[in-house]
Design a protein around this ligand. Structure first.
Ligand code: GDP
Ligand code: MN
Length: 348
């Protein structure tokens, strides 16, 4: 896993395909899924992928969260599929509703206008509560409070390679706080004033901005404007303690008060990504080359044939999005002076 600056990234296999100590060396971590009862068959697929490629050897817990109660069918099936302990939580009302400073008429008009403009999820009210919840609340749900790390899993995802070693342990041992597999540019229409809000935060809380951060990944003019690069948050492995820190909570609170979760359609992906890029050191953020992943419509498939064969991958290398024009992953490698994996140049 180790990323070695200026040198060839170490092969995954040499740093721990071995999962034999899997259970004794487990860290305090859980999978987490936000879902509706109707997501049952799509989340079943995701769980099967995660179990077959990783968790069957580890038995990590899995927390399911929902704004409604989960029904028995959902609980029965997911409990049968997950090899660890499952927990089911209902989201408290005040984490999935309008804060009192939000003008709900203005929010409705914004949805209608974005619907007319055919902006993706532009007219969708529940989607906004979802994005706000994933931005500011899932990590402080009572069921999440005792864990140190999380791995977010959405319905309908696929994993294409054996996961080498234990990503949670890698995070802990290497002091990683946030990690991703796919990055890309956000639709501007969903976030027109997000960067203004971020600038307000940077001004009122300069003490939260990290030395050695990854600002250059998200801004090409020293913080004047946002280039819309973000880590795709339908996959995340990260530190819950970081999200629960005063820094992150101050940041979320500033954004939340500015209202863009409702007056625009701020996604949790740019919200998390900007936070990570400003408040973490760049080397506390990790790119997982070895975790091959699909969420509609993009695939991350390791560039190097050796990696794909060693990890028994079944993804199609020509579908790898990493080096495509709309991906930000090349920029991530370039600004951090990381050496790109073998085979990347034939995939551009
Ligand atoms: P997309 O990936 O941005 O297209 O959005 P998804 O439809 O995949 O939603 C993101 C995550 O939030 C998924 O895990 C969904 O199951 C979940 N989700 C979305 N809307 C709701 C909702 O209204 N209630 C609940 N409980 N979960 C939701
Ligand atoms: Mn999704």
């Amino acid at each position: 896993y180790e990323e070695v600056k200026g040198e060839k990234a170490q092969s995954a296999v040499s740093v721990g395909l071995d999962q034999s100590n899997s259970q004794t060396q487990r860290v305090n971590a859980t999978f987490v899924t936000l879902a509706r009862n109707s997501d049952i068959w799509e989340i079943a697929k995701s769980i099967r992928n995660v179990e077959d490629r990783f968790n069957r050897n580890f038995h990590y817990d899995w927390v399911f969260l929902n704004d409604k109660d989960f029904d028995d069918e959902f609980k029965k099936l997911t409990t049968a599929l997950v090899s660890g302990t499952t927990h089911y939580g209902r989201i408290p009302e005040d984490h999935w509703s309008y804060p009192d400073w939000i003008d709900q008429d203005k929010a409705r008009e914004a949805r209608q206008e974005m619907g007319r403009k055919k902006i993706i999820y532009g007219d969708n009210e529940a989607y906004r509560h979802m994005c706000r919840y994933e931005s500011g609340f899932f990590f402080r749900h009572p069921l999440m409070m005792n864990y140190e790390y999380y791995w977010r899993v959405e319905p309908s995802i696929e994993l294409f390679c054996d996961v080498p070693g234990d990503p949670f342990r890698f995070m802990k041992e290497n002091n990683k706080k946030y990690s991703f597999v796919i990055s890309l540019y956000e639709y501007y229409e969903t976030i027109p004033t997000l960067w203004d809000s971020v600038k307000g935060f940077m001004k009122s809380h300069p003490e939260h901005i990290a030395d050695g951060n990854a600002m250059e990944f998200i801004s090409e003019d020293g913080g004047e404007t946002y280039n819309k690069c973000h880590f795709w948050s339908n996959f995340e492995i990260g530190s819950l303690e970081w999200l629960r820190s005063k820094q992150y909570i101050d940041y979320f609170s500033t954004l939340d008060h500015d209202g863009g979760f409702f007056y625009e359609r701020w996604g949790d992906a740019p919200v998390h990504s900007i936070a990570a890029s400003l408040m973490l050191k760049a080397d506390e953020i990790h790119f997982w080359n070895e975790i091959a992943y699909y969420h509609v419509p993009f695939t991350h498939c390791p560039s190097s044939e050796k990696t794909r064969l060693d990890l028994r991958c079944h993804c199609k290398p020509s579908e790898n999005f990493d080096w495509a024009g709309y991906s930000c992953t090349k920029r991530w490698f370039d600004v951090n002076k990381l050496q790109k994996p073998d085979g990347w140049d034939s995939q551009q």
